[in-house]
Design a protein around this ligand. Sequence first.
Ligand code: A3P
Length: 286
Amino acid sequence: MLRHSFSYKGIPLPAEIYDPETIDFVGNRFQVLDDDAFTVTYPKSGTNWMIEILSLIWQQGDPSWCRSVPIWDRSPWLESPNALEKLKSAKPPRLISSHLPIQLFPKSFWGSKAKVIYTFRNPKDLLVSLYHFSKLANFLEEPESLEELLGAFLQGEVLYGSWFDHVKGWLGLRGRENFFCISYEELQEDLRGSVGRICRFLGKDLSDAALASVVQNASFQAMRDNPMANYSLLPGNILDKTKGSFLRKGVVGDWKNHFTVAQSERFGRAYQERMQDLAGTFPWDE
Ligand code: A3P
């Protein structure tokens, strides 16, 4: 699972697309601006969904930008060397995306008014999503089985390290004025209400028609049909589209179709042990 990775301060990162110098620059010298808005997630938690939602909010519901500019250019990837170049010429207010754990996030964020929107997802569904994504993404090693990936995930031996630490680190910011968190499950349950909450956090006042357009154009089907959002523009040597779609299923609870009872119990024990201090926080907590 970590074949193509390097470790930066103990966090495994994908070596084929990132490098330690850039991660170091981002953490220590990247200048965050007060009007930056960051989408932050652990991989496969709904990152691109949130980017699409924010892009549409940025444009008052007008889908033209989303339909004409690739998603990775609308909200460049903080830890990617190419994105840093794009960010230099991006007109503020900037949208920026990242999977970085909190301890590697730019130091300049802490004294700024920049906003972070953190999206999290049931880790069992995330794991299933990652399992399928590993088959298409050539920068990820394909696990032999879900069982193998599950073991690595629980040990934090996957790209971006431990999900538990990532979520606990970021959720430690709850209560700060410039931090907003939402689950993939809440987006699924009530997209319109969620978009309204995100708008309020961002100080964006959208009309009912604009809100409806955000909801319509950020739907799974609309994104799947949009070449600027569905990753079909990425070359085959990065994403092998013959093996599946980036926008794969887009549902809650797919883990039930993949986990055995024993796997679910194993996961549950580790989850309980690591997350007990946050018990009851998440929509999937019983
Ligand atoms: P699945 O593999 O379960 O389908 P990320 O963007 O963080 O890589 O997350 C990808 C996951 O988000 C995939 O999950 C993808 O289908 C899902 N997703 C992306 N856009 C979505 C949307 N508009 N509605 C629901 N799910 C979406």
